[in-house]
Design a protein around this ligand. Structure first.
Ligand code: PEP
Length: 268
């Protein structure tokens, strides 16, 4: 079984000074655990998504450090380059050391009106630039109450993946792609679905992907009010390959606990 994956989405938080103390805290933790190899975590499947202005700093810091953490952009534009004031191209994210890009986050869909066709264009553009998508999908509370959860998720998935889900060639590195199931009503609210509910959604996502993909499959994470006290309950579910964490990931100490506890459950 591959190690669990942890994505820390800082959203619009942390300038360079705060990013630096955060990274020092992760480094210090790694140095301290040299004496306790059994519980060792190496952050190998940890992905940090800082705001654009901190990406370059974080990337340079990581190059000088022993931390094996990957970087993600929180958003991207689908154009190559040109007259798109305020936007960032996939090649720019690559240049500062990103390996992943978050697309389709519900805050972008809801606050900035991002549509499924745009998310598809973004996916296409980042994959052409050899970046990996972290595609967020999730239903609102009303959609859930109306019994439309699966219809919404299936639409978001099939529109984002497009022809890939119709069997037109599976990208070589599809197993490095990530899907994050994030019910909108669970993001930043302290409310979560039960781990069993999440597992059954993940099972459906997996079945849906298996119909279109020739080989390999993306990892499927859960996101929405995950913290250091509830992480174990989610990670006990075989269907959950990891978590995407917003609020709790702003504290390096909490992120470390989430990774330690989550990894221990998967190793057990
Ligand atoms: C998120 O931003 O995708 C998220 C899951 O946030 P939170 O952990 O704060 O609910």
């Amino acid at each position: 079984m591959s190690p669990p994956c942890f994505v820390a989405n800082w959203k619009m938080n942390k300038g360079i000074a705060e990013a630096e103390s955060y990274l020092y805290a992760l480094e210090k933790h790694t140095a301290q655990q040299m004496d306790t190899p059994l519980s060792k975590i190496d952050f190998a499947e940890t992905i940090l998504a800082p705001p654009f202005t901190a990406l370059s700093f974080v990337s340079e810091f990581l190059k000088q450090s022993s931390l094996r953490v990957d970087l993600a952009g929180q958003n991207v534009h689908y154009g190559g380059e040109g007259a798109f004031t305020g936007e960032i191209a996939p090649s720019m994210l690559r240049e500062v050391g990103c390996r992943y890009v978050i697309i389709g986050h519900s805050e972008r869909r809801q606050i900035f009106g991002e549509t499924d066709p745009e998310i598809h264009e973004k996916l296409d553009a980042i994959v052409k630039c050899d970046l990996r998508p972290i595609l967020c999908i999730g239903e609102t509370l009303q959609e859930r109450k109306d019994g439309k959860t699966w219809a919404v998720l299936e639409r978001q998935l099939s529109e984002a993946f497009g022809e890939i889900l119709q069997g037109h060639g599976t990208p070589e590195n599809i197993s490095e792609w990530i899907i994050a199931y994030e019910p909108v009503w669970a993001i930043g609210t302290g409310q979560t679905p039960t781990p069993g509910d999440v597992a059954s959604v993940h099972r459906k996502v997996r079945e849906c992907l298996c119909q279109g993909l020739k080989k390999g499959r993306p990892r499927i994470l859960y996101g929405g009010s995950v913290n250091e006290t509830n992480i174990e309950t989610f990670m006990k579910e075989k269907q959950i390959d990891g978590v995407l964490v917003g609020g709790a990931s702003l504290s390096a100490d909490k992120l470390i606990k989430i990774i330690e506890r989550g990894t221990a459950v998967k190793r057990a």
